[in-house]
Design a protein around this ligand. Structure first.
Ligand code: THU
Length: 130
């Protein structure tokens, strides 16, 4: 199964009573293990937790901390755009050149990278004078 097929499958489990907008994400860790996540909303915070954040949490819980590849899928007019918080979370665990495949359920594909999603990101180097 391709990484995008993993994302497509887990998207079906999204818990989205508020937005009705299902998102699926899949991460291949550098170990080769694939971790998946879907968005999960709740009444107090209707925006809930993004699919990407869910996949990252599953990866860390599974004992991996480095990302080799990411895929995200949703039913939109153009490929899904990860939120700012998820871009920062991806940058925490992935090198800048890691490929992120963003797709629509009807097959429009945009391939980008973690660095292109979060240009000029803050990293530990900025604190090197401390
Ligand atoms: N959402 C994601 O899960 N990933 C994205 O990349 C963008 C947005 C979710 C959060 C919320 O459950 C719903 O989509 C609407 O914002």
């Amino acid at each position: 199964m391709s990484l995008i097929d993993n994302a497509r499958a887990v998207r079906e489990n999204a818990y989205v009573p508020y937005s009705k907008f299902k998102v699926g994400a899949a991460i291949r860790a550098t170990s080769g293990v694939v971790y998946v996540g879907c968005n999960v909303e709740n009444v107090a915070y209707p925006e809930g937790t993004c699919a990407e954040a869910g996949a990252i949490a599953a990866m860390v819980a599974g004992g991996d901390t480095r990302i080799a590849e990411v895929a995200v899928i949703a039913d939109c007019p153009k490929p899904i755009s990860p939120c700012g918080g998820c871009r920062q979370k991806l940058a925490e665990f992935a090198d800048g050149d890691v490929v992120v495949t963003l797709t629509t359920t009807d097959g429009i594909v945009l391939q980008t990278t973690v660095a292109d999603l979060l240009p000029g990101s803050f990293d530990a180097d900025y604190m090197s004078r401390v």
